[in-house]
Design a protein around this ligand. Sequence first.
Ligand SMILES: [Ca+2]
Length: 307
Amino acid sequence: MPKPVIHDHDGHVDDILSCILLWLSKDVDLQAVGITNGDCYADQAFEAILKMATYLDIDGPEIAWNDEPVPNPFPDNWRRESYIINELPLFGDIYLKKLYQQGKGRRSEEAFADCLAHTKEPITIVATGPLTVLAPILKNADLRKKVAEVVVMGGAVQVPGNVEEGDHDGSAEWNVYADPVAFKQVLDTGVQVKMIPLDVTNQVPVTKEFLQRLEDQSSKYKASMLAAKLWSLVKGFTYYFWDTITAAAAIKPELFTFKEMRIEVVTHGKSMGKTSTAMFGGKKIQVATSMDKAAFEDLLLEIFRAR
Ligand SMILES: [Ca+2]
């Protein structure tokens, strides 16, 4: 039985790729997708997801979004990538087709609450952006008991963070820094959390060899073609698998090693968003510590051959 999943993401290249993976994986029944206004402009990313689904000619989840700003917004020049994704030349192919979903879309929290309220089986939530939209939902005990676990891309435990802003000390990872209070609230609910920190994603850059293998199958498979185009937008940057690893952790958790740790989050000051292990405080969660990189890459290439 495929596991029911909700995906909340924040619209960047990696998020769209992870959404495609969850959508096309035969091990997942994707029930709703929400876009949080993090590393994107949510209206643009919402449109891009509709185009992506139309292009791939797939059925499935309701697409929703939420344009509330996050407390610590991502840099504008990163968020502007949303316009480029939304205008991918490849999406020109779909202009005669009926768009995947009509109308302006519901707010993510409504779509998620509906899914959780009506599900017969507990739902896995995959979060690849700030937890701004999910925190209030998870604070609701009736909805929370319908959640199997929350698999979240975020945090840096024993490695430096990736925030370079003003007088921040650089110890935080962006998704947590964007809304540290929301992250702490989610941990405090006691919901089962699996965290995929930079400690793991730093071990897995998107390599030329991987992109070549993807390219080699892209004339036969639309999903591979789209994935190749998306990754080509970030060519020249040191790009890691971040959100795609997180999607894989929901699809095939057996590729990962998890360790139970007590994690605490700094919610203010120059280390805002820093996640660290605590002897007594914090919350016990599962933290990914390593993964099978070769099997992960094979899994991605296999799923990108589904369409
Ligand atoms: Ca993201």
